[in-house]
Design a protein around this ligand. Structure first.
Ligand code: NI
Length: 253
């Protein structure tokens, strides 16, 4: 198993970060990608990756922080991306649900990070919330054969999923897949198995049976278990192997 989207640098882990990491790898996790949301997170994530063999990281600016994105940020990201164990750009995208940053700033930061991912030949981690049409339009305009990436915590419709797949992207599923009557339970059935990734997005979106509490990478197994229920006749071992292989493929780890 691989958790392709964790935020272990967040303050929610300040009291017990090393224990959480130990639990993750004791539970059978082969690797985890710690995803950065701003420049401070990038530095912390790179430190975590230096310290732990099986932790990798991304560098990027979340749409919530896109208001702060400027030319200097762009340059800093380019430099940080050269650090060892940086395997992706992001998370980047559009969040028109929270709208914490002006939409124009979100679009600018998203486009700049798409260009950076293409330039550096790194996959892009995409966060889209209530902005699937706009986000996919931009990705389609920018796709020239060089862009690879992940639609993280996929929450769109079936037609959004199809557009993402046509772009060559992977779709990552996390805790929301385990929620009763979650719409993504139907959508994942239409996703080719070689494009499915598992993730937690911890500390958020905690899967059943721990829903409502803090999430952590060891809980990615509940997501894999749910995939097994939804995707017969695959066994736990099958889904574990498929999602692990997919993650190793896209992140080259
Ligand atoms: Ni995230």
């Amino acid at each position: 198993m691989i958790d392709t989207h964790a935020h272990l640098d967040f303050p929610q882990y300040d009291q017990d970060r090393e224990e959480v990491i130990k639990r993750a790898f004791d539970s059978g996790l082969e690797a985890l990608i710690n995803i950065s949301v701003d420049l401070i997170a990038c530095t912390k994530s790179i430190e975590l990756a230096r310290k732990h063999e099986k932790i990798y990281t991304s560098v990027g600016i979340h749409p919530h922080d896109a208001g702060k994105f400027d030319d200097n940020t762009h340059e800093s990201l380019r430099k940080l991306a050269g650090e060892k164990k940086v395997v992706a750009i992001g998370e980047s995208g559009l969040d028109f649900y929270r709208d914490y940053s002006p939409r124009e700033a979100q679009i600018r930061a998203f486009e700049a990070q798409i260009d950076l991912a293409k330039e550096l030949n790194l996959p892009l981690i995409v966060h889209i919330r209530n902005a699937h049409r706009e986000g996919l339009d931009i990705l389609e305009q920018k796709q020239d054969g060089r862009l690879q990436g992940v639609l993280h915590c996929f929450s769109g419709s079936l037609s959004d999923a199809k557009r993402g797949l046509a772009l060559g992207f992977y779709l990552a599923f996390g805790g929301s897949l385990t929620f009763p009557k979650s719409r993504v339970q139907e959508i994942i059935k239409h996703v080719p198995r070689d494009r499915i990734l598992s993730e937690t997005d911890c500390p958020y979106i905690t899967p059943v049976p721990h829903r409502g509490k803090r999430n952590e990478p060891s809980y990615v197994r509940y997501v894999v278990k749910k995939m097994v229920e939804i995707l017969p006749p695959l066994s736990f071992k099958d889904v574990d192997e498929i999602t692990t292989k997919n993650a190793r493929g896209i992140f080259k780890i």
